[in-house]
Design a protein. Structure first.
Length: 62
């Protein structure tokens, strides 16, 4: 499980709900969680704020 998915699940958000909050499509969230793509730094900052974690926590190998 990726850190992004872990924090999303902890916050009780679906991929679609997180996508709406970030301003991307649900398929973007899926690609990020599967490791097929990576969000840019500004999006990482937004994700960290929404998911109540740090950018370092989101990009850490777990």
């Amino acid at each position: 499980m990726t850190a992004l998915r872990k924090y999303r699940v902890e916050q009780g958000l679906t991929q679609a709900q997180l996508a709406e909050k970030v301003g991307v499509t649900a398929s973007c969230i899926t690609m990020w969680e599967n490791g097929n793509r990576s969000p840019n730094i500004s999006t990482l900052k937004k994700l960290a704020q929404i998911l109540d974690c740090t950018v370092d926590e989101l990009i850490a190998d777990k």
